[in-house]
Design a protein around this ligand. Sequence first.
Ligand code: AHR
Length: 499
Amino acid sequence: LTAHLTLDPAFRVAPVRRRTFGTFIEHLGRCVYTGVYEPGHPSADENGFRRDVLDLVRELGVTTARYPGGNFVSGYRWEDGVGPRDRRPRRLDLAWHSTESNQFGLDEFVTWTRAAGVEPMLAVNLGTRGIAEALDLLEYCSVESGTRLSDMRVANGAKEPHGITMWCLGNEMDGPWQIGHKTAHEYGRLAAETARAMRMMVPGLELVACGSSGSGMETFGAWESTVLEETYDLVDFVSCHAYYEEHDGDLASFLASAVDMDHFIDSVVATADAVGARLKSKKKIDISFDEWNVWYMSRFQGAEPPRDWPEAPPLLEDHYHLADAVTLGGLLISLLRHSDRVTAACLAQLVNVIAPIMTEPGGRAWRQTTFHPFAQASRHAGGHVLRTEPASPLHGTERFGEVPVLDAVATHDEETGATTLFAVNRSTTQPLTLTTHLRGLGTPRLAESTTLSGPDPYARNTADTPEAVVPRPNPGTRLSGETLELTLPPVSWNVVRLT
Ligand code: AHR
């Protein structure tokens, strides 16, 4: 198989948005407890944060962390998680049928984000709560001092405001599983009034209205339209959530999941712009793709909920293989190529729960296969996203019909001169020879060409073999003048860096 594309720095989509490389920390399973937080662990710092996890989070290149949920937030009382630990209540978490000890809460999260060097992003509870509690939380976080809740924060040890800019107005409120689930109209009104009041307290916030929990929801499209009609002038983003898995051994369709993500993004942009046109507004609503990943959700849905209410049980601990990582790479390509409108995204989630980083309680931390495409993209995507119009052979898939075998995106940094190409070969059997014509890029040097691939698409990393699936040099890569040539193995994620 052969494919071609042209890279020209004049053909820009938009700047690379650093927030594309956000993640998500929910009170769910072992994401918080024995994930980011484990006092008593040999690597724990004075706050109980696992240093081995912090090191991996920095290596992963995470820029933002969304907290505290997810479904969890729709039953959460943020006050339970602040102040002296011995006075924090234990509560039932209805979303995940667990017991929440509240030993890690808002202030610990913000301290953790500072240690990790990431921007905190908060969700307010619009399930069991409303405007008043959202305002309380904002007062606690953002008012300097001299009011009841800001003084409470200071007394709890945080002298400076938490300085959180980006706030989600609830979570997946279209989902019947959500505590306090609402119709689009009910939610749109509540989101609008919450946003209006929050802006009265703190100007300059960036607010996210809940879009659909997935493009397969019955109300998809109509939901976004109604919600944005109510909130258009008051919010900056509408959210998208999408999870993909391989169904019935159909690897070819799974590897093409980005086709669905592309369509999802284009549909939400079209819907938002249609609302803007109806309202005669010049404003554009961006997308916060604040939950996306590979998740074998069907396994979770088939499992019995626990009979008791365990504390930090192992939940949603998907063990990823090579094909999962390649698919995730394709999803990253989709997000990057839509950088004109997708200006924030969160890989859901960060540790243990459908996560790139896994931990053993009291023991090791290690990188899943999916760690690598995310880390490489975060590290090497820079400057502007370039429009690539690959000429690729097509192949048939059960779910999406004929799709290009090659998926690719590139970035170019005018200041450093660095150009990076990210490319996926979706073929399950055949290598793909890719010829890239470089235009207007001068005479760059081939700095690195790596491939994440191997003979077994279902190969995994484990705590004992954490390096089984890692990016390795791609030896067949040649740069001669303005022509770059390389071979992408079947089921592979590839990164080529020119400097
Ligand atoms: O990320 C896991 C769950 O998926 C989140 O809690 C929820 O928002 C979504 O349905």
